[in-house]
Ligand binder design. Structure first.
Ligand code: PHE
Length: 434
């Protein structure tokens, strides 16, 4: 279960989203804010989802309905099912890019840096090619969810997660020693708070939720499989640390290289698809490393989409008695159509904007900056204000048998009840005022 949760948390959020946000928002200052948000807001929320999931042992919707029968809380459960569905719609576009790059790596396309320039923007703006890999990526997700999660993807994840770790570590070490990389290392570890604006805060908090798969039923659903004897406090810490480690490591592998190759760090989403291939071209055995890297990215992305789809399928199967097969293929059809819209927003539909955002950006904004924070606030409020205090105590301390957890319980409860919901609300609202 812990591995599955780490698999869900570690994904494109760490390898693709985090480094480019660090690039856009001015480096170390963003990282510091991010770490603060993880500990002040995300950890209490992760604990809340653990509590709701393990106390109910049901899907996200059923969980709220069981713990607060016949109340409006079930709609919060419904929101927790809707969010991951919307996230898949754009996440699979990036998953598709990773798949395309994996194919390109296998075809040894990253051996000449002259061929790499422009490759990414040409690919994502072409009308049909990205749809093919996006569809294939979605299909892979669906097939695994259909086959069952435990025997397939978890066993695979057990091999791929350590591989991902070592590949990124190796790239990071190599990149940091490049001439010109020291500027990037400085950028990563020397905070410049003058760059911090309200937008930075919102982005850091959104990322703290996105990266830990919070506020959208995923962790809650996985937590429903946790054993009564598991220590949910230490499990949460382990997940948060593993996730942070991957994010920082990915930034070390990418940003110093950005400086060494003279690319603009504020480049945005294209960062890993443009700068890394250039590094692979310059690296000894780079073509081989590229294959492993994009394969690992692909697996990290897959373990995340699988966890999202599982939330929706568990809901459809348990609450609406759909067959697993019908639920999966039904979702595939709708998600593919939404994915087409998101994918095309880099090409033929790039001029279609809502409030100045492309369709893809709208989905990302809606999920990471609105739905996940609100889902998160409501989960904390549910545990802090709706559930009975002794029940929360029993879950957090395993009926009082965990001494350390019993000791810090008042502090955790205070964070769940006041700090996390108020903090998340402030940052989310300020987003609309800025
Ligand atoms: N945490 C995942 C990542 O970092 C994304 C995710 C979001 C997964 C929500 C599940 C639910 O890539």
């Amino acid at each position: 279960m812990l591995l599955a949760m780490v698999g869900s948390a570690v994904g494109l959020g760490n390898i693709w989203r985090f480094p480019y946000l660090v690039g856009v928002h001015g480096g170390a200052a963003f990282i510091i804010l991010y770490v603060i948000f993880v500990f002040l807001l995300s950890l209490p929320l992760l604990l809340s989802e653990f509590i709701i999931g393990r106390a109910s042992r049901l899907n996200a919707y059923g969980a709220y309905d069981k713990l607060a029968p016949n109340t409006i809380w079930r709609y919060v459960g419904f929101l927790s099912v809707l969010s991951p569905f919307l996230i898949i719609a754009y996440y699979d576009v990036v998953g598709g890019w990773s798949l395309h790059y994996f194919f390109e790596a296998c075809a040894m396309s990253f051996s000449q840096s002259s061929e790499i320039a422009g490759m990414f923007s040409n690919h994502i703006s072409s009308p049909f090619a990205p749809l093919f890999t996006m569809g294939l990526f979605l299909l892979m997700t669906c097939v695994v969810v259909l086959m069952g999660v435990q025997s397939g993807i978890e066993r695979f994840g057990k091999i791929m997660m350590p591989l991902l770790f070592f590949v990124i570590l190796a790239i990071a070490i190599w990149v940091i020693t490049l001439p010109g990389a020291s500027e990037g290392v400085k950028y990563l570890f020397k905070p410049d708070f003058s760059k911090v604006t309200g937008k930075t805060l919102v982005a850091a908090m959104g990322q703290a939720f996105f990266s830990l798969s919070l506020g959208c039923g995923t962790m809650l659903t996985y937590a429903s499989y946790a054993k009564k004897s598991d220590n949910i406090g230490s499990s949460s810490l382990q997940i948060a640390f593993a996730d942070l480690l991957f994010a920082i490591l990915a930034s070390c592998a990418i940003l110093p290289g950005v400086f060494a190759f003279g690319v603009d760090p504020g480049e945005g989403p294209g960062l890993i698809f443009e700068t890394l291939p250039m590094m692979f071209a310059a690296m000894p055995l780079g073509s081989l490393v590229a294959i492993f890297f994009f394969l690992a990215v692909l697996i990290a992305a897959l373990t995340s989409t699988i966890s999202m789809l599982e939330v929706v399928i568990a809901y459809l199967v348990e609450e609406h008695h759909a067959s697993r097969k019908a639920a999966v293929w039904g979702c595939f059809s709708v998600l593919f159509l939404l994915g087409v819209l998101c994918s095309m927003s880099f090409g033929p539909l790039k001029d279609v904007t809502i409030l100045g955002k492309t369709i893809f950006d709208c989905f990302d904004f809606l999920a990471a900056n609105i739905l996940m924070p609100f889902g998160g606030i409501l989960a904390c409020v549910f545990v802090g204000w709706k559930m009975k205090k002794p029940d929360v105590y029993a879950e957090l301390t395993n009926e009082g048998s965990l001494r350390f957890m019993s000791k810090i319980y008042p502090l955790i409860y205070f964070f769940i009840r006041y700090v996390a919901p108020a903090g998340i609300l402030c940052v989310t609202i300020s987003n609309f005022l800025l």
